[in-house]
Design a protein around this ligand. Sequence first.
Ligand code: PLP
Length: 485
Amino acid sequence: MTPEQFRQHGHEVVDWIADYWSRIGDFPVRSQVSPGEVRATLPAEAPEQGEPFSAVLADLDRIVLPGTTHWQHPGFFGYFPANTSGPSVLGDLVSAGLGVQGMSWVTSPAATELEQHLMDWVADLLGLPASFRSTGTGGGVVQDSSSGANLVALLAALHRASRGGTVRHGVEPDRATVYVSSQTHSSMEKAVRIAGLGSDAVRIVEVDGDLAMRPAALAARLERDIARGYTPVLVCATVGTTSTTAIDPLAELGPICQKYGVWLHVDAAYAGVSALVPELRELQAGVEWADSYTTDAHKWLLTGFDATLFWVADRVALTGALAILPDYLRNAATDAGTVVDFRDWQIPLGRRFRALKLWFVLRWYGAEGLRSHIRAHVAMAQQLAGWAAADERFDVVAPHPLSLVCLRPRWADEVDADVATMTLLERLNDGGEVFLTHTTVEGQAVLRIAVGSPTTTPAHVERVWTLLRESFDWLAADFAAAAAE
Ligand code: PLP
């Protein structure tokens, strides 16, 4: 493809995306294809000869769109959002166009220095501790995912706990322990497995009635493990759990971690970016105790996947665990020790210029624009929670400090509540106007309504509330009729 052909077809692709965004609300939110349906439309063999670009574009409409669940749809209330935006897509396009590999400073200085600078900006905007700045003892780096960041944090913590021994001897899998709660994201347990520790290294600390980790329970477990000869390595505290956005009390957990010399990792994958808004920052009070912190710009900050923002307070612990310098990567700047090589801050060697899309986003919206985006979603979620709290058909389950509301429908006693709730969920999702997901709280199925799509307005939240009540009434009547038979 020549630059001129690229220009022509690039315009067509941008037009295609703009048209898609203009009509996104017309699609059913959840893809309606059955398993195997997308593959069945694809030829058995890869094309032997090149094809006109128009054929590829036509197949986007014919094959890809029907098999797409529309995460940017205003009726998308499932999981956590995966925001994207115009500036993010354009930043990503430039990154793809430059096609640089930012593994070392020398392989493209702008890729490293822009990222360092941006991570300092965002640390300031989120009110993160000074130690997380590149000008302090730590620094920030863009990772591929919070799952990856959780693994990297664990590797750094293992390295510190073994005083550098992991590089010489690997980890001692039988003695290291990692502390989570029942609400911690599963990626932490996966990280434990990948690090070679085994699932019995995971200690599950009790939670309180708000599903937040209990500090006294953590302290008791640490005491007991140390007395039995274990080496506590890392505590994973969550700000905004996946299930209900519960918040572990960092200000109380931090001093405990410090007392026992355990690395405190804060997983704020979804909720961390809310600290842009001063009135929400209190939710992560105590963040200054953290040794590492992760939040995803690719969830709620208008920046397309992948853009995990990860900081450490002590960069030497991280690079000590991950740095490796084969001869073919040696260069004067690295040897002089005057630059950061981000390959030493992550699992893979290669890395995309991901900072560009976040830079575009920050410059287009400004911090104030991003704050408005978050404030609007929180306000809509609080409105929904208020309606539900006042309605006898639903219980609001768990605190809802941000933009996720969890509702348990109140079914009649003779109805199997979990089956009924899941039937309600399927009915809503089959309708195509909205998409919600579920979780389990205290052993019972609960509906999760995560307000966070860039296109969602108060009218869409009103609509999901109407649909919830209509579906409840319809199903409750059905169950009552069945019981009467
Ligand atoms: N941690 C928490 C608290 C999450 O909610 C999630 C995903 O929802 C993750 C980690 C994993 O995020 P990622 O998809 O960036 O790996």
